[in-house]
Structures are given as C-alpha cells and as structure tokens.
Design a protein around this ligand. Structure first.
Ligand code: ADP
Length: 379
C-alpha cells in the first residue's frame, strides 16, 4: 500500500545496535538485549491524571537496548537516533546517597538517568548500553515512556528487582517527573510494561488492567505538526482539573458526576468548567467505549471517538487546525468508524488516499497491531 511507513523490525534494530556497540566499545559484544514499546491511546484523553480510565494499546514500534555490565561505577550510554539532542554519547557515575543523579544536558539522557535513580534494586553495576528505536520521537506515541521502560528492563537484567510490574511503571513515571520535569500520568509507562499482543487494555484508577480483545489493526496518522502539551500547558491543564475537583469537594474528577458539575457551575469560571466537563464525560465515554469494543460494536466505538475529539477541541482546547482537518477528512471516508487518527482495516487504503488528498500538510501513516509489553530478547 502506498505511503504507509514501514516499521523497522526488532531483529534489525538489535542487529544495528550490536554493531554500534562493537564499534563504540573496542569490539566487545553486548550480552543482554530487550525492548519496550510505545503506545497509542484509543480513547480516554487527559483522564489518567484525574484517576479515570484510559484505553491504550502497546505498539510494534519499540525502544531497543543492548548492553553489558562492567566493573566499577561508570556508565556509558549511546543513542542511535538522530532526533535526540547532542551529544548522543553520555558518561555518568552511578548514583549514591550523597550524590544522586541530577538533570543535565543532553536532555535525552535525563530519561536514562531518572530511571537509574529510581530503579528499585541495588547495587546497580556499571554498564554500557546502546539504544536504538522505531518509535518516532515527540510524535505522541510515547517514545519517552518506552525509553524509560526499556532502561528499567535493562537494569532488571543486570540487577534483578522483585518483578513487581506496577511498581516498575510507577518508578518510570517518577523518572519522568523528576528528571524530564514532565508531570505525566501513569498510562504510558503502564502500557509499555503491561501491553498484551492483540489487545487494548483498560487501565483503571487502581492501576489494575483489563484486557479487551478485538483490536486488530490501527491506522496511525501522524499530522507531522508538533503539537504536544509540554511547556506550561500540560501543568496548567492539570492544575485546572485539581482546582475543579477541589471546588466540587472531590478528591479527583474521577469521583465527580455531571450533576455535581452542573450544581457547582456558578462557582466555576467558564474555562475550569469546560476542562472539568471534558474529563468527567471522557471518563464515562472511555468506560462505554471499552464495553462497545468488547461486544464488537465498532459503530458505537466510533461515535464515542468522534465525541472525544470534539470535546478535546472545544472543552479541553488541545486540538489544532491540522488535527481537526485530519479528523474531518478521515470521517468522510466510507468505513471509517472512528476518527481520532484511526480507521478500520478494510477502509485503510481509501482512508490513506482520501486524507492525503484533503490534508494540507504531509501526513505519515503507520499500520499497527497491539503488541507485547517490555521483554528481554535473546542474543
Ligand atoms: P513522546 O510523545 O515521543 O514521548 P516527548 O516529547 O514526551 O514525546 O519525548 C520525546 C523525548 O524523549 C525526546 O526528545 C528525547 O529526549 C527522548 N527520547 C525518546 N526516545 C529516545 C531515544 N531512542 N534516544 C534518545 N532519546 C529519546
């Protein structure tokens, strides 16, 4: 099919990373390898930090790490991706109580250092590692969480922890908070750890996970417009949600109903009201969407996705003209039930052609299937 980006397979990534490892480290070979996936969220946007549901799936795009332990306290990490800031080789000492690992330059290494700092077992040995990846950086598919989970999984090979998967995801989230300074929710790390082939998963407030079947193929359509809630916007949205919960007298918006919101409308300014409305409705939509998927009701699922997009655009105000244009174009294609950048298998070719014709930017398409969470690879 034309214009669909191929996804590099894991064996090729490992092969390439081993070659770089040998080149960088005087002909030595790496002796462990692992991968951790990126993710796409089907529905449930900005619900995770409000203790609501999300419905993500792990992707076949992954971060791969190959490496080895070495004697001493030194670590050396190389990233192969040209999209990372320079330098792409970093050296640092293992942290100890007196000298924790701190944020610094280059920025990409903060994700690595953060995970080393928050790793849940000691003593971590010195190590060398090479990172390769097929998750586009900064494209909303969670390359950052996949990098964190990959680093954690790498450390598990060198110095095993107790194997608690939830605590692993939480440690990676902590790394992102403290070292990348992004106050993210838990979804991305969670699904990168616990993703299951062929399944989307409902992640609940108590960090339990239910696997829902029926996800076969997802067309991911990247607008190629840099549009992410970094900088001040993401913390602002979080703060607005917390304020709304406080005014409603709830621990989180997860506990609030639309009736609660309407009853408190006079005490909320217009913006806070709209933010809260998105979150409360989106939590309900996500639960309904999971049920719809379970019974194979794609039409209902699609309707909920469209509602979700509209609410993100109008209430949460996190869309952009390019994204709106993409969604509108996808919705015009016969057979596309849901359109938050995804379409159904048999409508894919039509969707790709139509969106290319209608969209003014240059979109990139990936066809993906739900994939396995982080795991070790044999060399
Ligand atoms: P995303 O949606 O892809 O997670 P972010 O902007 O949150 O977008 O995170 C992207 C950042 O994660 C990159 O700028 C880089 O610092 C880091 N990163 C992700 N993958 C890699 C990698 N393979 N090598 C180096 N840095 C990476």
């Amino acid at each position: 099919m034309a214009n669909i980006c191929p996804i590099k397979n894991i064996a090729d990534l490992v092969f390439e990373a081993r070659r770089v490892y040998r080149e960088t480290f005087d002909g030595d070979d790496a002796n462990v390898a692992l991968c951790a996936p990126g993710r796409v969220n089907l529905i449930g946007e900005h619900t995770d930090y409000n203790e609501g549901f999300v419905l993500p799936m792990a992707l076949p795009m992954v971060t791969v790490i190959v490496g080895s332990k070495i004697s001493g306290q030194k670590c050396c990490v190389v990233t192969q991706t040209e999209a990372a800031d320079e330098p792409r080789v970093v050296h640092f000492d293992l942290p100890n109580e007196l000298a924790p690992l701190l944020r610094g330059q280059p920025n990409w290494a903060n994700y690595v250092k953060g995970v080393v700092q928050h790793y849940r077992a000691r003593p971590i040995p010195g190590f060398r590692a090479v990172i390769a990846n097929s998750v586009p950086l900064g494209g909303g598919l969670s390359s950052s969480a996949s990098l964190e989970v990959a680093v954690y999984t790498f450390l598990q090979q060198l110095c095993p922890d107790d194997g608690d998967q939830v605590a692993k995801a939480v440690a990676c989230q902590q790394a992102e908070h403290t070292h990348a300074a992004v106050p993210c929710g838990i979804m991305d790390q969670f699904v990168s750890v616990l993703g299951k082939e062929g399944h989307a998963c409902v992640v609940t407030v108590r960090l339990t996970v239910n696997y829902t079947v029926k996800v076969i193929v997802i067309l991911i359509n990247n607008s190629n417009v840099r549009q992410s809630l970094t900088g001040s916007e993401y913390p602002t949205r979080r703060k607005q949600c917390e304020e709304a919960a406080t005014i409603l007298g709830k621990k989180s918006l997860r506990e609030a109903t639309l009736q609660d919101l309407e009853a408190a409308k006079d005490r909320l300014d217009g913006v806070t009201y709209r933010r809260a409305r998105h979150v409360i409705e989106e939590i309900e939509r996500t639960a309904q969407a999971a049920e719809a998927l379970k019974r194979g009701d794609y039409k209902e699922f699609g309707r909920l996705m469209v509602e979700s997009h509209n609410s993100l655009r109008d209430n949460y105000e996190v869309s952009c003209p390019e994204l709106d244009e993409l969604v509108a174009a996808a919705l015009e294609v016969d057979g596309v039930f849901r359109s938050r950048m995804t379409g159904r298998a048999h409508a894919m070719e039509r969707a790709v052609k139509h969106i290319q014709k209608k969209y003014h930017g240059s979109p990139t398409f990936f066809i993906t299937t739900p994939s396995e969470g982080a795991h070790a690879l044999s060399l």
